[in-house]
Design a protein around this ligand. Structure first.
Ligand code: FES
Ligand SMILES: [Fe+2]
Length: 439
C-alpha cells in the first residue's frame, strides 16, 4: 500500500508536480500522425500532462503544439486559421509559428515591435513512423528520442492503436506490470483440457499463479513470471516497465514482433493508452519464434472521434454500458468476465478503481512485487530530480530502450535474465534512427 501522501506524489502529473516534472524530462507520444493528416488541416485539441494544447500541421508538414489560449486575450487557437506556416487566431488575427513566435500582429500599427515581445508556449515535436512525439521539458536542446524498435521499423510494418482510459495513468501502467491477472481476467475460463500440450496457453492453464522474479534495470524494472513447462524446462513470461510510463509485455514468443505500450497522462484522471507494434522482418527472427497474438483493433470497436478534449479514441464498450458485460456468457463459463476483448477487460478492472485509486486501502501480495518495486523507483527518481537535480533513467541513454519482451522456454535452472540477454537485446537491423521530422 501507499499512504495518501505518496499516492498523490505518484499520481499527480500537472505542471509543477514532482511526477509531472519527471515526465517532462522525456519525449512523450502526443499525437498519432493521421490525426493531422495533411498540411494546413484542421487543428487538434490535445490534452497532455494536464495542459491544454493545440496541435497543427503546417503548410510544409511540420507539427506545432502550442498553448490553447491565445496570448493576446485568451481565445482558443483551436478555432484558428491554419495557413501559410502558422496558426492564426481568428479573434484579432495574431499568428504563431511552430516555435510559438508571433509572426504577424495585423491589429497593431505596422511600425510596432510589440509582436517581438509576445510568445506562445510551444513544445518541440518530432514525428517518427506515425507518432508525433513532444518534449515539454526545460532543456533548450531536447534529449534524443528513445530507441523503441517498434517505432523505428519502416513504413508499413507497424501498427498504432490508442485507447482513451478515463482513469489515472498509474492504474493502467500497473495493469501492465501485473502478469498474474492473465490467468484470471483474460483466460480464467480456459481449462487445461481445452489447450494444446506444449503451448504457452497450456502452461498458463496448468499453473495459474506464476512465480515472480523482479530485477532493477537501467531503464526501470523487469520481471520474469515462471511456470513449469515440460519436465526439464520452464516457461518464462518476460516484461519490462520503462521510465516513465512505457511497458513491454509478453504478447507472444520473444523475437517475432516488437511492441510497446505507453500510458500517457492527458491529466490526472484521463490517460491515452498507446500500443505500438511492428513485425520483425522474417529473416531477422530467431529460429522457432512463432507468430504473436495481435489484439483486435477494428475500427468498429470505437466511437467516432470528436473534437472534445476527451473525444479521441473512445471505445464503444465503456463504463456507461458496463463494457457490454454478458452475464450469461460469464455464468456458463464461455468467458471468465463476460466482457469481450482483452483490453476492454483491462479497462473494466482498472477504471472501476475510480479516477485515482486510493492505494492506502489495498492489500498487496507476492505477485505484486513488481508493482511495489516500480512505484518505489518512480517516487525515488522524482524525489532525486526535485531535490538534487538528478536526471532520471533513460533520458540521455536512448539505447537502453532497445529491449524485447515475450515468452521463452528455458532449460530448468537457467537464470532467466542472463539466459535471455542476447534474445532481449537483439535490435533489428532494419530499425534505424531516421527518418524523423523535427519542429
Ligand atoms: S485573442 Fe487571439 S488575437 Fe486576440
Ligand atoms: Fe491485462
Amino acid at each position: 500500500m501507499l499512504n495518501k501522501q505518496d499516492n498523490e506524489y505518484l499520481c499527480r502529473i500537472g505542471p509543477g508536480t514532482p511526477m509531472g516534472d519527471l515526465m517532462r524530462q522525456y519525449w512523450i507520444p502526443a499525437i498519432r500522425s493521421d490525426e493531422l493528416p495533411e498540411p494546413d488541416c484542421a487543428p487538434l485539441r490535445v490534452k497532455l500532462l494536464g495542459e491544454e494544447l493545440i496541435g497543427f500541421r503546417t503548410t510544409t508538414g511540420e507539427i506545432g503544439l502550442v498553448q490553447n489560449n491565445c496570448p493576446h486575450r485568451g481565445a482558443s487557437l483551436f478555432f484558428g486559421r491554419n495557413e501559410e506556416a502558422g496558426l492564426r487566431c481568428v479573434y484579432h488575427g495574431w499568428k504563431f509559428d511552430v516555435a510559438g513566435n508571433c509572426v504577424d500582429m495585423p491589429n497593431e500599427p505596422a511600425e510596432s515591435d510589440f509582436k517581438q515581445k509576445v510568445k506562445a508556449v510551444a513544445y518541440p515535436t518530432r514525428e517518427r513512423n506515425g507518432v508525433v512525439w513532444a518534449y515539454m521539458g526545460p532543456r533548450q536542446t531536447p534529449p534524443p528520442l528513445p530507441d523503441f524498435e517498434a517505432n523505428m521499423l519502416g513504413e508499413g510494418s507497424y501498427s498504432i492503436s490508442i485507447i482513451h482510459r478515463p482513469c489515472n495513468w498509474m492504474q493502467g501502467w500497473e495493469g501492465e506490470m501485473d502478469t498474474a491477472h492473465q490467468a484470471f481476467l483474460h483466460s480464467g475460463a480456459v481449462r487445461v483440457e481445452q489447450t494444446r500440450p506444449g503451448t504457452f496457453e497450456h502452461y498458463i492453464a496448468k499453473t495459474p499463479a506464476p512465480l515472480l522474479s523482479v530485477v532493477d534495470t537501467d531503464f526501470g524494472t523487469s520481471y520474469g513470471g515462471s511456470r513449469p513447462a515440460e519436465e526439464d524446462t520452464t516457461y518464462w513470461r518476460i516484461a519490462h516497465m520503462l521510465f516513465p510510463f512505457f511497458a513491454m509485455i509478453p504478447t507472444g514468443a520473444m523475437g517475432h514482433e516488437v511492441r510497446f505500450a505507453a500510458y500517457v497522462p492527458m491529466d490526472d484522471e484521463h490517460t491515452l493508452h498507446w500500443e505500438i507494434g511492428a513485425e520483425i522482418p522474417e529473416g531477422e527472427r530467431p529460429a522457432g519464434a512463432t507468430r504473436a497474438r495481435r489484439g483486435a483493433r477494428a475500427a468498429e470497436l470505437y466511437r467516432p472521434n470528436t473534437t472534445d478534449w476527451y473525444g479521441r479514441f473512445n471505445m464503444i464498450q465503456d463504463s456507461s454500458n458496463d463494457y457490454l458485460i454478458d452475464r450469461e456468457a460469464q455464468r456458463t463459463w464461455k468467458s471468465y468476465t463476460g466482457i469481450d476483448g482483452v483490453r476492454q477487460q483491462d479497462m473494466a478492472v482498472t477504471e472501476s478503481m475510480g479516477p485515482i485509486m486510493d492505494r492506502s486501502k489495498e492489500h498487496l501480495g507476492t505477485t505484486d512485487a513488481l508493482i511495489i518495486r516500480t512505484r518505489r523507483k518512480l517516487i525515488a527518481a522524482a524525489r532525486a530530480l526535485r531535490e538534487r537535480g538528478v536526471t532520471p533513467p533513460g533520458v540521455d541513454t536512448p539505447e537502453v530502450y532497445r529491449q524485447r519482451s515475450g515468452g521463452v522456454i528455458l532449460p530448468r535452472g537457467v537464470d532467466w535474465w542472463s539466459g535471455t540477454a542476447e534474445l532481449r537485446s537483439r535490435f533489428s537491423a532494419s530499425a534505424s534512427r531516421e527518418p524523423t521530422r523535427s519542429a
